[in-house]
Design a protein around this ligand. Sequence first.
Ligand SMILES: [Zn+2]
Length: 202
Amino acid sequence: MTMKYSEFEFRTQPWFDQDNFQGFNEVIPMKTMIICCFDPRASEVPQVVAKHFGDEIYPGENILDERGNKIGHTRTLFAVYCAAGRAASGLQSAATMDYLFSVQNIVVVHHSFCGATAFRPDQLIGKYHDCHHTDISTMFDHDSLAIMNYEESLRHDVKLLRDSPAVPKHIKLYGFFYEINSGELIEVVRDVPSRDGTGRIA
Ligand SMILES: [Zn+2]
């Protein structure tokens, strides 16, 4: 039985060779993943980071075939938007992107006047319990729930990525602070593995 919408899956396309799949990098040259907050005041972060690195394309454009089907894109930098831009929320995306693309960089960006600087982790958990009578205290890494200090949150998140099995060891990691009013982007943490993969520059 054919399931509804299955004709839109890659795995059902006659030309698709699952056993020899090498990823989609030939049609979308993705190389950098950004984890940033979904606050609309920080929505320009991907453009700002692309400009900072200088060799990224964002937003880029669709590549169409002769029938107008979207078969690729020129974008090199993908954004994962989540609450406060905490790395813990981006781990599954990091592992998925490694299967589909040749990711080289993961960039964490925390921005000024982020909502996550308005509470402590215990306050979030306490209010949730009061309002919804449910305990979420064991569901999340408490150090990833709020932003108590920008340097600490960025260092925590770069370390979390470096120590995670979901992030390949060759990937270069960066942590930036973004000031939403001035538009300034400041590098706070950098963890770039040496070429042999044994050391790192902090
Ligand atoms: Zn925010």
